[in-house]
Design a protein around this ligand. Structure first.
Ligand code: PLP
Length: 451
């Protein structure tokens, strides 16, 4: 690391999350400088295909001038206003109307926040508020899933079902429970079919509700496809079975669409892909292609009505963010959604996504690949040790090395406990998919040689 370089100053002044600080001091950062299409370029001019769309989030590519222009125009017109009490402004009104019109199931209202974590945090507070408003103060527990990811604020980190986000923070909060992760390849038992596994997942949820007391459970939150937990694609009948259990006990369903929303799974929302009928939907990331922090959630009448009816009695919903409903974020979101629609990017996700799944699937023959899974433009390739050498490798080691080789070879992927994730911008072409898959094949061979 050269003295006074951006790398040196990053090490000196910038405290990163999700990294080992001492390792960061030694290795230094990768400093990204520019973006074009599906590619980003670092400060040494090295080009990478961003096969993770940043953080599962840049739908329209890394150089969309229309989004920059939408932000600029809104900044010139009204750079900031809030939505506390009765204040509002054009961009959020237009966006709220647009989102309601796009919802896969009837929705009533949209609430605006700044990040996926904040949106989920707010949802849980709203669910608690609703239970109080309904005179059911005991109905407050929330069930999420092991390996689900819902954010990092104290409350949304509690919803998250990954040890890394609980350990050392004394989380999860009481009243937040985690049920079975629907990953058949990893958690299916010997002789159990995928269908039987889905039934077991639903039974586990039922048993948890029974054990906690059905009158104490307010909501269940889940991603249609689990993202950061390893791109877990649920068994075909999983969602049908889960929804039947929730309906039996009058438990709200929250679909966390932060990754799946806006085309990722080949339909506008993951809920459409899996026939999920949520009461609440969380949206972020691809809503603005992450050009600007922004998030929102929609609620249906079942959620809204008790809250609206009773708010005069128990007091107003004491919740809102200065930057929530930001006019610049809303203007960028509107333009971004317009681009997704005009350029048929959801259809591209379905078609080029099917091609990507097929091409990645061909790698299943490789001795270091255990499973390839995914839907449209989200996928994971599970790296496994050579047969008979399982005991030699700690979880995450092989995936970590493969991920590093990918970056050296010019593709940014992401390793999650040996599941290498792919979630490219929705604009990706077949040729670019071929490049990613070629480099993955080459990197797997390099890893094989190293072992
Ligand atoms: N929900 C899901 C499904 C996510 O993948 C993420 C982030 O990766 C979040 C919530 C949290 O979003 P943020 O990082 O914007 O707080």
């Amino acid at each position: 690391i050269l003295p006074n370089s951006a790398e040196a100053r990053d090490v000196a002044y910038h405290f990163h999350g999700y990294t080992n600080a001492r390792a960061h001091e030694e290795n230094g950062p990768v400093i990204m400088e520019t973006g074009k299409g599906v590619r980003v370029f670092d400060n040494n001019g090295k080009s990478y295909i961003e096969a993770m769309a940043g953080l599962w989030s840049v739908a329209v590519g890394f150089d969309e001038d229309r989004l920059a222009d939408a932000a600029y125009q809104q900044m010139c017109k009204l750079p900031f206003y809030h939505n506390f009490s009765h204040k509002s402004h054009g961009p959020v009104v237009d966006l709220a109307e647009k989102l309601i019109s796009m919802a896969p199931v009837p929705m009533s209202k949209v609430f605006f926040t700044n990040s996926g974590s904040e949106a989920n945090d707010t949802i849980i507070k709203l669910v608690w508020y609703r239970s109080n408003a309904m005179g059911k103060p005991e109905k407050k527990k929330i069930i999420s899933r092991l390996r689900g990811y819902h954010g990092v604020t104290a409350l949304s980190a509690s919803l998250t079902g990954l040890p890394n986000n609980h350990r050392s923070f004394d989380l999860p909060f009481e009243g937040i429970k985690h049920t079975t992760c629907p990953h058949y390849w990893k958690d299916g038992q010997d002789g159990e079919t995928e269908e039987e596994f889905a039934t077991r997942c639903a039974k586990d949820l039922d048993a948890m509700i029974q054990a906690e007391g059905p009158d104490t459970v307010a909501a269940f939150i889940a991603e249609p496809i689990m993202g950061a937990g390893g791109v877990v694609v649920p068994p075909t009948t999983y969602w049908e079975k889960i929804q039947a259990v929730l309906a039996e006990y009058d438990i709200l369903l929250i679909a966390d669409e932060v990754i799946c929303g806006f085309g990722r799974t080949g339909k506008m929302f993951g809920s459409e892909t899996y026939d999920i009928k949520p009461d609440i939907m969380t949206m972020s990331k691809q809503i603005t292609s992450s050009y600007i922090p922004f998030s929102a959630f929609m609620i249906n009448e079942r959620v809204y009505e008790p809250v609206a009816d009773e708010s005069n009695k128990i007091g107003v919903l004491g919740h809102g963010y200065t930057g929530g409903a930001h006019p610049v974020g809303a203007a960028v979101a509107l333009e971004n959604i317009k681009i997704i629609e005009e350029r048929n990017l959801v259809q591209n996700a379905a078609e080029t996504g099917a091609y990507m799944q097929e091409q990645l699937g061909a790698l299943l023959d490789h001795p270091l690949v255990g499973e390839v899974r995914g839907q449209a433009l989200i996928a994971a390739v599970e790296v496994v040790p050579p047969t008979g050498r399982e005991a030699e490798f700690n979880p995450g080691v092989l995936g970590g090395r493969l991920n590093a080789l990918m970056a050296e070879n010019g593709v940014i992927s992401r390793n999650m406990m040996d599941a290498l994730a792919f979630c490219p911008p929705l604009i990706i072409t077949r040729d670019e998919v071929d490049e990613v898959v070629d480099i993955l094949g080459r990197s797997l061979n390099q890893l094989d040689t190293e072992l």
